[in-house]
Design a protein around this ligand. Structure first.
Ligand code: SF4
Length: 109
């Protein structure tokens, strides 16, 4: 198979991306989510059998990086991880009260 082949498996706003040329067939994905990954079927990934959170947790453990995901924001898994790591969040009160927020923050009511 072409090393640059990329396969996408979409589910509403979430898409699993698989690069078969990077896969080392360690089967970690199959062991973690056997209801999702069926190596003998086509398509071999059926996303409706797991939550997005479960898929993200499993994909993060793919030892080769063959699996990743994309969300509707178009941020890839790697871009999302980099954004969080580099967020350096800060909040500054500007004259007359507006706030200037930088980075990723969580607002709580
Ligand atoms: S966990 Fe990753 S490397 Fe292992 S079989 Fe699945 S896709 Fe391939």
């Amino acid at each position: 198979m072409d090393e640059n082949t990329v396969r996408r498996y979409p589910k509403v706003n979430f898409t699993v991306v698989w690069k078969p040329g990077k896969c080392i067939h360690a089967a970690e994905c199959i062991k973690a989510l056997p209801a999702v990954y069926h190596p003998k079927d086509k398509p071999w990934i059926t996303l409706e059998n797991a939550s997005v959170d479960a898929l993200k947790a499993q994909i993060s453990k793919c030892p080769s990086g063959a699996l990743s995901w994309e969300e509707k924001t178009n941020a890839t898994h790697e871009e999302e991880k980099e954004e969080v790591a580099n967020s350096g969040a800060s909040v500054h009160v500007l004259p007359n009260g507006p706030l200037m927020v930088k980075g990723i923050i969580r607002l709580r009511a």
